[in-house]
Ligand binder design. Sequence first.
Ligand SMILES: [Zn+2]
Length: 103
Amino acid sequence: MNCTDANRMIIPFLKDQLSIHDTWLFLKHIRGCDACRDELDLESIILSASDPDMTDAGSFDFSHHLDELILKKQQRIRTCMITDLLDVFLLLVIFTVLLIGIF
Ligand SMILES: [Zn+2]
């Protein structure tokens, strides 16, 4: 993924509109690119500032909010990867049982 692709994904990322795969690619790019991370920080502040729910507290910590959002997405990616691994393991078990049952 290049910076142009990453910049196109910032708003969909903040609005939770990316697939798990795209979220993973986006976060991978953001970790290694300060320019896109800065752009993400800026867009996050603009988006949060226009959301009345987020500005009620008065001294809302935008940076902390973004860090929490990124952490939440990373946890969701991990959960999906574990679920996929369990699916593969289950298929292997079923396949093995069927093979043993046949012979
Ligand atoms: Zn970039």
